[in-house]
Design a binder for this molecule. Structure first.
Ligand SMILES: [Zn+2]
Length: 310
């Protein structure tokens, strides 16, 4: 039961952010190390999957959720982690990616007079390469075919839909204390938080645990359907919608993280015993599938099937 959390937590909260920070340090300080473009591409790829700020918000909610029955002090390690999350967030918003790419290999300045093979990842137009060659800057494939990723993206969404039933009807946390066994579904947790006066935390759980996954799921179905049933109208709107979905897709992860963080805090006291309920694993899998679908989906496909060159 705990395996998916332990796995997810280890990778999303620790290994990916750590690896990403190491790669970024290599790219941004290393004057001219070989494969600098490739390293920067990998570090950008890890951006979606490293979730320090999600963990911090989850920790904040878990702390309040736990303080209903017990009090836990913030340890130095937690404060260091919060500091890392804040620096990562500032770094991500301050980093000028175009100038990093340009420092690795400058963009082509002349206006293209014919079709150049170009790179999806770093947007380099390579004058002397052919489609399918490696990008001279970041090592990705030039003019990469985007159709092969459509079926896996659709499959991930289809697999996520039936999992919504156990995720929302079963308990996400089971609190086995002296007075009895309390089971909390996601909506039950929202209710509990609101009843105890932590309504602002309840709103966070409601938005991240219920509203966002539903919006992501419906949004992805809509975008995937528009590839099959193209419409020239609304292409820009749908591409913007994709970017918003891409930005928000990781945030529902705070719910499994809350369950994961709340459990050891309360176990420490020995009286209350919280374990992840049967609904926690399907929820974790749904969010991971939605992230995968967002990552695989390519909005260009909507433009291509609508007959608009993009
Ligand atoms: Zn490239």
């Amino acid at each position: 039961m705990w395996f998916p959390f332990a796995f997810g937590f280890l990778f999303f909260a620790l290994l990916f952010p750590w690896l990403r920070a190491t790669l970024q340090i290599l790219v941004l300080t290393g004057i001219n190390i070989p494969q600098r473009g490739r390293i920067f591409r990998f570090s950008e790829e890890l951006r979606l999957w490293s979730m320090t700020e999600v963990v911090v918000i989850a920790g904040y909610v878990a702390y309040y959720r736990a303080s209903i029955s017990s009090t836990v002090g913030l340890q130095t390690g937690a404060l260091c982690y919060i500091a890392v999350a804040i620096f990562t967030w500032i770094g991500d918003h301050a980093l000028d990616r175009r100038s990093v790419w340009n420092s690795i290999l400058p963009d082509t300045i002349e206006y293209p007079t014919r079709h150049y093979a170009s790179c999806d990842v770093c947007e380099l137009a390579a004058l002397d390469r052919r489609p399918g060659d490696y990008c001279p800057r970041c090592g990705s494939r030039l003019d990469r075919p985007i159709w092969p990723r459509y079926i896996p993206a659709a499959a991930a969404v289809v697999a996520a839909i039936p999992l919504t039933i156990p995720a929302y009807s079963a308990a996400i946390m089971i609190n086995d204390n002296l007075t009895g066994v309390l089971e909390h579904t996601i909506l039950g947790t929202v209710q509990l938080l609101a009843d105890r006066g932590y309504w602002e935390v309840g709103v966070v759980v409601l938005v991240a645990g219920v509203f966002l996954p539903v919006v992501e799921l419906l949004g992805l179905v809509w975008l995937l359907a528009r590839v099959r049933f193209p419409n020239v109208r609304g292409l820009v709107r749908r591409t913007r919608a994709y970017r918003i979905l891409h930005r928000l897709v990781r945030w529902p992860m705070i719910i499994p993280f809350i369950a994961a963080l709340a459990a050891p805090i309360i176990k420490f006291h020995g009286i209350d015993d919280i374990v992840a309920g049967p609904g926690a694993t399907p929820l974790f899998v749904i969010i991971a599938l939605l992230m995968l679908a967002i990552r695989l989906f390519e909005p260009k496909l909507m433009w291509r099937t609508a007959g608009v060159p993009a």
